[in-house]
Design a protein around this ligand. Structure first.
Ligand SMILES: Nc1ncnc2c1ncn2[C@@H]1O[C@H](COP(=O)(O)OP(=O)(O)OP(=O)(O)O)[C@@H](O)[C@H]1O
Length: 285
């Protein structure tokens, strides 16, 4: 499918946010994300139990928590993909549900279980997303070339997305989320299923992106990764925020963020498989 680029500078000016965090008229910078009283229940299951959380702009932020903590549900509500039962979310000072266009032009999202247009090539997918974002064709071409190159997808740019591997899907999804140079990028488990070389590549792209003043919020279970990448963390468990703040503060006196995390979510000292006395090659069957 050929998508002809069209020059539409005016729309691009409206939709493309400036580099770095936005500044209010009084010179202050609104937080990247402000969450107040956010609730979500699925039937009787409380997934998110009325959380309040403020994430500052220009940081590399990790949202961590055990399986079922409510991370995906929170990120889905914060990015406008899932309607909360109650509560309010603002991105850069704009309400996610009352001002969706302003919010969506400022954010990039790599959701969990990413759905892509499978019958487009990687290159066509970026061209299509660029047009949806209102970017001029020539600018989309330039950015797509650079993103495909940096993410090591240039050789696969004409391959259909349906034929991409898991890691390649993450990378083309990341390219699509970055194409319009958002102020805040939300990534749900961006490193899951990604080989160490690709993980290093993604990491480099994200570090470069935050160094220019943009904000990354990503969820992960890999504590070493979060500790080495993030300067701010929020720890979730049972639908609540257990701790949040600069990584060093949340870690406190614990030897590592992993230890602090286990303490915070109440998993320290939990018996690890003592009851499985039948398990193991040498045990009687
Ligand atoms: N669509 C749904 N219907 C019913 N329950 C759901 C649904 N989505 C999530 N839940 C429940 O809500 C809770 C939070 O789930 P969520 O996926 O947000 O957690 P998570 O922290 O992202 O977990 P993981 O790290 O395993 O991906 C869990 O108990 C889960 O079973």
């Amino acid at each position: 499918m050929a998508i002809e680029p069209e020059n539409n500078d005016q729309t691009a000016k409206t939709l493309t946010p400036p580099d770095g965090p936005p500044v209010r008229a009084d010179g202050t910078v609104p937080p990247a994300v402000r969450i107040q009283g956010l609730w979500k229940k699925y039937g009787e299951q409380i997934a998110v139990a009325g959380i309040d959380l403020t994430l500052p702009a220009g940081r590399f932020i990790g949202l961590v928590g055990p399986n079922g903590a409510g991370k995906t549900t929170t990120l889905s509500m914060v990015t406008g993909l899932l309607r909360p039962d109650a509560g309010q979310v603002e991105i850069g000072g704009h309400d996610v549900w009352h001002d969706p266009v302003a919010v969506k032009s400022r954010i990039g999202v790599l959701p969990e279980g990413l759905r892509l247009f499978e019958r487009l090539s990687g290159r066509e997918l970026l061209a299509y997303i660029g047009r949806l974002r209102g970017l001029p064709g020539a600018e989309v071409d330039k950015r797509a070339d650079q993103l495909l190159q940096v993410l090591d997808l240039a050789g696969a740019q004409n391959k259909l997305v349906v034929d991409y591997s898991t890691g390649m899907r993450k990378k083309i999804g990341l390219a699509a989320a970055l194409l319009h140079n958002p102020e805040v990028l939300f990534l749900d488990e961006p490193f899951e299923g990604v080989d160490p070389v690709s993980a290093q590549t993604i990491r480099g792209v994200l570090e470069r992106y935050t160094s220019s003043g943009a904000t990354v919020v990503f969820s992960s279970h890999v504590m070493e990764l979060v500790e080495s990448l993030c300067d701010w963390v929020a720890v979730m468990a049972g639908g609540r925020i257990r701790a949040d703040g600069p990584t060093a503060e949340v870690r406190g006196d614990a030897p590592s963020l992993q230890d602090a995390f286990l303490e915070l979510v109440g998993a320290n000292g939990r018996a690890a498989g003592q009851d499985l006395d039948w398990l193991g090659g040498g045990a009687a069957r």
